[in-house]
Each structure stands twice: as structure tokens, then as C-alpha cells.
Design a protein around this ligand. Structure first.
Ligand code: FA5
Length: 323
């Protein structure tokens, strides 16, 4: 009886289920005191057996009942709830939370936006679905220009609308609504119905730039683009300007940058053509400006040493996880 009282006290002092479990095992577990005594009953003499067996059986029963009682007390008191945290096996290897990150193109886009913002450029947007007027006519692109061809442009079925082939239409949309001085960039997705290769895809990102004011010259463009590229790639960036032709600028040029695979064309640019000013409602006598269209994918390729543009759109996690 004395023994039973002591055990009951112990059971009732258990402050959580784990401790209670330990007490139960101490007496009735495989190597528990009472369990062992019960098992060794066979070694006793017949007389001892008769006396001891019922005592041990009832002790076992009493312990079981007391443990059950204490267990339900602990559960209902909410102690169990509070202890759930402590039951965590802190030595178990953790589950790694898969963290995503921004796509390399988005990272580049954000960096480029930051640089141009620091140079005083405002960020504007235009629609991906365009009219022929904004994408071609207003940009002085002749009616018979090959870029209007169905093999270059994705036309909607009724031919009323098209997927913009460059971000230049945003120049017109912005000038229609704003008066100079103008200093904007317009990043966005563009589409071309053409064969893809390591540096060309059928959809890609461009960043249009437009600066309009009085007394603007090519020198202003060179200063801005130099500042932009050296902020992004460092002072030692190697670039070259080549004369080129775009109907919406005069003169026009292309800018190449030197990288791991030699020279790569990064952007087209030039001084805004008077006909473009006229289409937007400006008097070309009063204003000058420069415009440029940067291939953002090409910038990302140079920055991250990516040798195939198509990887950017592959959705391949093995590729994306490197950035
Ligand atoms: C244009 O799209 C002109 N709108 C750029 C411009 C704007 C010129 C303002 C003058 C004034 P171009 O087709 O060259 O030009 O494209 C501009 C840049 O986009 C290229 O230098 C290149 O970096 C990128 N680019 C062109 N085609 C692709 C393509 N298929 N895939 C990926 N990038 C391309």
C-alpha cells in the first residue's frame, strides 16, 4: 500500500504527458519495476506466488488507472497543447523552404529603371497590342516597308491591330499628351514574327528612351548612353557607335558592346525625325531630341554571360536558379 501511494503521488505530480509516459515506463514498461516483478513470479515458491501475484496484478491495475486519469487531466488542462512545441525533435533534419527569386530579366529591368531614374528619366508604359498608326505610320515607316510584312509582324486576324514590334510607339503616345521638355523611358515586351536563334527570339524586351528639348544633339545621347552602360557594366565597358538607318530617326545609329562572344548589337538610336514630331503634334522647328531602343535581353545576356536568349524563356529551373 505504501508503495502504491508513493507511485500515485509520482503519477499525479507529472506535469506533462512526456513525464507521465516516463513514469509509466519506469513501472510498467518492458524493463519496468512492476513488469519485471510480474515476469519473475515464476521463480517464486508456490506459497509466495499465491501471495505476491494478486498484489502485483492489482498494483499494475492501479498504476494503469492512475496514469489514465492523470493523462486525461493533463490533456484537458491544455498542458498538452502548450507542450506540442517541445515535442519537436530538434535533431531531425529540417525541411528546406524553397525560396523563389526574381527572373534575371526582371532583375535587369529593375536595375536599368533605377539608373535611368537617377538620370532624371520618367518611366512610362504603352500597350502590347498596337495599331498600325502608332507602330508604323506615326514613326515615318513607309507603307511598303518590309517590317510590316506578315513574316515580320504578328497581325491580329482582322489586321486592325498587331503585336507591337518595338517600344517606339510609346514615343508617339507620350508626346501626344505631353509637351517638352521630355525625358522618358518605356520598358516592355515586343514581338517579332521571325526565326529565332541564340540572340533573337520571337518575343523579347526593349527599353525605349526619349529625350526632347531645345538644342539637343548626338552628344547628349552619347553622354546618356555612356553613363547608363558604365553604371551597369563598369567604367571599362567597350562600346562602338555605327551609323544605321531607322525611318524614325535622322541620323541613326546602332550601339554594339564588346563581350565574351565578341561585339553584340545592344540598341538602335538616333535623332528624332521631323516627321515623327509632326505626327505627334509638335513643330519640328522648335524641338530636337534623341530616341533609343535597347534590347533588354541582350543587356541581361551580357551582364550574366548567358549565351542563348532562348534560355531566358525556357522556364528551366536549373538555369533560373543560377541568378
Ligand atoms: C528597333 O526596334 C528600334 N525601334 C530601335 C530604335 C528606337 C531606334 C529609337 C532608333 C530610335 P532594332 O530592330 O534594331 O530597332 O531593335 C533594337 C534592339 O532590340 C536591338 O539592338 C537588339 O538589342 C534587340 N533585338 C532586336 N531583335 C531582337 C530579337 N529578335 N530578339 C532579341 N532582341 C532583339
Amino acid at each position: 500500500m505504501e508503495e502504491l501511494d508513493k507511485i500515485k503521488k509520482e503519477i499525479n505530480s507529472a506535469s506533462d504527458l512526456k513525464e507521465l509516459d516516463g513514469i509509466y515506463k519506469k513501472y510498467l514498461g518492458k524493463k519496468g519495476e512492476v513488469a519485471l516483478a510480474l515476469r519473475s513470479i515464476g521463480d517464486l515458491s508456490e506459497r509466495e506466488k499465491k501471495e505476491r501475484a494478486p498484489q502485483l496484478q492489482s498494483l499494475k491495475k492501479e498504476i494503469e488507472e492512475e496514469v489514465l486519469k492523470r493523462s486525461s487531466e493533463l490533456k484537458s488542462s491544455g498542458a498538452e497543447e502548450a507542450l506540442r512545441g517541445e515535442w519537436l525533435d530538434v535533431t531531425a533534419p529540417g525541411k528546406k523552404a524553397e525560396l523563389g527569386h526574381l527572373h534575371p530579366l526582371t532583375q535587369i529591368q529593375q536595375k536599368v529603371n533605377e539608373i535611368f531614374s537617377s538620370l532624371g528619366f520618367e518611366i512610362v508604359e504603352g500597350p502590347e497590342l498596337e495599331t498600325e498608326w502608332y507602330n508604323f505610320d506615326a514613326l515615318n515607316i513607309p507603307k511598303d516597308h518590309p517590317s510590316r510584312d506578315i513574316w515580320d509582324t504578328f497581325w491580329m486576324q482582322d489586321k486592325e491591330l498587331l503585336l507591337r514590334t518595338h517600344t517606339s510607339p510609346v514615343q508617339i503616345r507620350h508626346m501626344e499628351k505631353h509637351q517638352p521638355p521630355i525625358r522618358i523611358i518605356a520598358p516592355g515586351r515586343v514581338f517579332r514574327h521571325e526565326a529565332s536563334d541564340a540572340s533573337h527570339d520571337i518575343q523579347f524586351y526593349q527599353l525605349e528612351g526619349l529625350m526632347v528639348d531645345k538644342d539637343m544633339s548626338v552628344a547628349n545621347f552619347k553622354a546618356v548612353i555612356n553613363e547608363f552602360l558604365s553604371q551597369l557594366f563598369g567604367e571599362n565597358v567597350k562600346i562602338r557607335l555605327r551609323p544605321s538607318f531607322f525611318p524614325f530617326v535622322e541620323p541613326g545609329f546602332e550601339v554594339d558592346m564588346y563581350g565574351p562572344k565578341g561585339w553584340m548589337e545592344m540598341l538602335g538610336a538616333g535623332m528624332v525625325h521631323p516627321n515623327v514630331f509632326k505626327a505627334a503634334g509638335y513643330n519640328p522647328v522648335n524641338w530636337q531630341g534623341f530616341a533609343f531602343g535597347i534590347g533588354l535581353d541582350r543587356i541581361a545576356m551580357m551582364k550574366y554571360k548567358i549565351d542563348d536568349i532562348r534560355l531566358l524563356y525556357s522556364g528551366d529551373l536549373r538555369f533560373l536558379k543560377q541568378f
